[in-house]
Design a protein around this ligand. Structure first.
Ligand SMILES: [Zn+2]
Length: 113
C-alpha cells in the first residue's frame, strides 16, 4: 500500500487523511471513555463459598484519574463488553490524535505547511 510509505512527502497527506477519518468516525459515532480497567479478586467472607477454598470472586473496575485524583467505578458483568469497547475507542482515538500530531510536528520542523 502506497500510504504505508509514511516517510515520503507525497504519502503524508494520505496518512493524515486516514488518521483524521478514523478519528472522526470514532468521535462522531462511537462511545468513548478514558480510563483503565482493572480486575480485582476478593473473598466475600461467606464460609461455605467457593472463595473460601481459594476460588476468588472477580470484579471489574474502571479507574479514571482527573486532576490528580483517581476515581473508580464498579463495572457490572453485563456492562463489561461495552465499557471495554468505549475504553478501547478512547485509546484508539488518542492514538490517531498522536499520529496527526506527529505529522504536524514534521510540518513545523520542515517549515512546510
Ligand atoms: Zn465468596
Amino acid at each position: 500500500m502506497p500510504d504505508r510509505v509514511a516517510a515520503s512527502r507525497t504519502a503524508r497527506p494520505v496518512a493524515e487523511r486516514r488518521a483524521r477519518s478514523r478519528l472522526t468516525q470514532l468521535v462522531s459515532a462511537q462511545g468513548l471513555m478514558r480510563g483503565t480497567l482493572q480486575v480485582r479478586q476478593r473473598a466475600c467472607g461467606k464460609p461455605n463459598c467457593k472463595c473460601a477454598r481459594g476460588e476468588l470472586h472477580e470484579s471489574l473496575y474502571l479507574i479514571v484519574s482527573e486532576q490528580g485524583r483517581s476515581r473508580q467505578l464498579f463495572v457490572p458483568k453485563d456492562w463489561e463488553a461495552r465499557v471495554r469497547e468505549w475504553v478501547e475507542n478512547h485509546r484508539a482515538a488518542r492514538e490517531f490524535m498522536e499520529e496527526i500530531s506527529r505529522i504536524y510536528w514534521d510540518k513545523v520542523r520542515q517549515r512546510k505547511a
